[in-house]
Design a protein around this ligand. Structure first.
Ligand code: ZN
Length: 238
């Protein structure tokens, strides 16, 4: 069962950090769901605010929602917006329950989210904590309980913008060569963060260089890097 859940603090996070892995999962016949905890209307929409200083938060949210919807359409994934607000995002028991219910309903086999640390962003580590808690609540109790229990999903961090300073050590590389055009097209939708496009294209090329050296697979031209957060259990060493 290939069921991939990608949880981002802001509506653009899934595009920069996991669009290739999402598109690849869909190409392989898997099912995906993106959860955007906020629209990133305050902290990650600088270009929109610059264009028009009279903009309201509500109008920025609408634009950000349209952009993320377009990007998700290109990748072929459903996207669910929670509108929790950003900078600062706040967690409540109710929000943890909301996320736990989403995980219980979708029953992902793999979850991707932010890294545990990010010294430049207050919301990304908070998203990590929310996912950590909701994943445990939906799968870790180990005994029949008052809420639905699913098999524990594999769990990874996707690559943060400043990996070294965020304590991100990639140990898993996804070959996204066959879907790089989808990632580029999805990134094109995110007008609010245009400057990131070249950066993440170059990063995919650099990570492919690492993936080629590790695996000897010369056909890998573009890759996304992940860090596993829980051990994986395999049925055979081969
Ligand atoms: Zn973000």
């Amino acid at each position: 069962m290939k069921k991939l859940l990608v949880v981002g603090a802001h509506s653009g996070d899934f595009v920069w950090r996991a669009a290739g892995t999402l598109a690849k999962t869909i190409e392989e016949g898997g099912t995906t769901l993106v959860v955007a905890m906020s629209y990133g209307e305050r902290g990650e929409s600088g270009e929109l605010w610059k264009e028009d200083p009279n903009r309201t938060e509500e109008s920025v949210k609408i634009i950000r929602r349209e952009q993320a919807n377009k990007a998700a359409d290109i990748i072929g994934t459903p996207i669910h917006f929670l509108d929790w607000g950003d900078y600062p995002m706040l967690l409540t028991d109710e929000r943890i329950k909301q996320l736990t219910d989403i995980i219980g309903d979708f029953e992902p086999t793999v979850i991707l989210t932010h890294s545990e640390k990010d010294p430049f962003n207050p919301d990304h580590p908070l998203a990590f904590q929310a996912v950590q808690r909701a994943r445990l609540l939906s799968s870790g109790a180990g005994v029949p309980s008052a809420f639905k229990n699913i098999n524990p999903p594999a769990w990874y961090s996707f690559e943060p913008h400043q990996p070294e300073l965020s304590g991100f050590i990639p140990d898993t590389f996804i070959d996204i060569s066959s879907v790089i055009n989808k990632k580029i097209a999805a990134m094109d939708c995110m007008g609010a963060q245009n400057y990131l496009k070249d950066y993440y294209f170059e990063l995919a090329s650099r990570r492919a260089n690492h993936a080629r050296r590790i695996s000897g697979k010369k056909e890998i031209k573009f890759a996304e890097a992940l860090q596993s957060l829980v051990p994986r259990v395999i049925s055979s060493i081969f």
